[in-house]
Design a protein. Sequence first.
Length: 277
Amino acid sequence: MGKISYSQFSQWDKCPYTWKLNYVDKAETFKGNIYTLFGTAVHETIQAYLVCYYERTIKEADALPLIDIFKYRMEENYKISKAQHGDEFPVTLPEMKEFYNDGCKIIEEFLKRKSGYFPKKNTELLGIEVGLDFGLPNNMKFVGYMDVVLHNKNTGRVKIIDIKTATMGWNKYQKADKNKTNQLLLYKHFFSKEKEIPIDKIDVEYLILKRKLYENIQYPQKRIQVFSPASGKPSVNKVLTRLQEFIDECYDDDGKIIANEYEKCAKHKKCILCKDL
C-alpha cells in the first residue's frame, strides 16, 4: 500500500528531482541540521507541558522543569542524530549553545502568555501528535501527525495547531507560501473525513516560535506569532487537486511508486533543495 505524508507531497511539489532521489532512489539527501534538532526539542518540550496543563492542573504544569526538559531533549536528539549520521550531521557546539539560549527565551515567553494561546476553560485536549491514517483509492493512504488538537466543549469546534520554529517568524511572503500552509489544509480535510466532523467545525492555526527578535526596535516584540491561513472549501479543494496530480503522476493503480525520471530544477542554482545535489 502506498503511503503519502505531507512532507513527501510537499517535496515533490517544490522539487520533483529531490523527491525522486529520496523516495525512488532512496538516497537520503537530507540528514538533519541544527534547525531540525532545535525544532524537535522545542516541540517535545511544549507538548510535554500541554499534556500536564490540560490533563492535570496548571499548577502541576507550571512546576515542570521545562528548561531542563528542553536541554535534555536537545542533547538526546543530538546524540541520536550523531549516532545515525556521524560526521555528516553538521551541528557544532557553538550552534548548540546559541540555539539552546534561544529556546530558553521562547519557553519563558510561552509560560508567560500560554493562556492566550491555549485557553483551558471549556477546552479539552484531544491529543498530542494525533495520527492520521486515511484510506484513498487505488491502494493508497494519507498519513500524518498533528502537533496539537483541541476541542471547545461549548461551541463544539475543533482546532488543529501546528507548532513551527523560525528564525524571525513568518513575513507576508512566507504566509503566502502554499508549501508552508497547505499542510494544515490537508490535515483539516482528512481529520474531518476520518472522525466524521463537519469540516466547517474545524479551525487551523500555526503557532510560530521565533528564535530571534529585531534589534534596535522601539515597539514591543513577541517571540510567539499566531497565523491562521485561509482554509475554506476553495483553499482545501485547490490543494486536494494538487495532491491528486501528485498521486496520478507518481503512483500506479496498485499504490506503487512510478520511477519517473526528473531533471534538476531549471533554475536549480536557486532551488534550496537540489542546488547542491
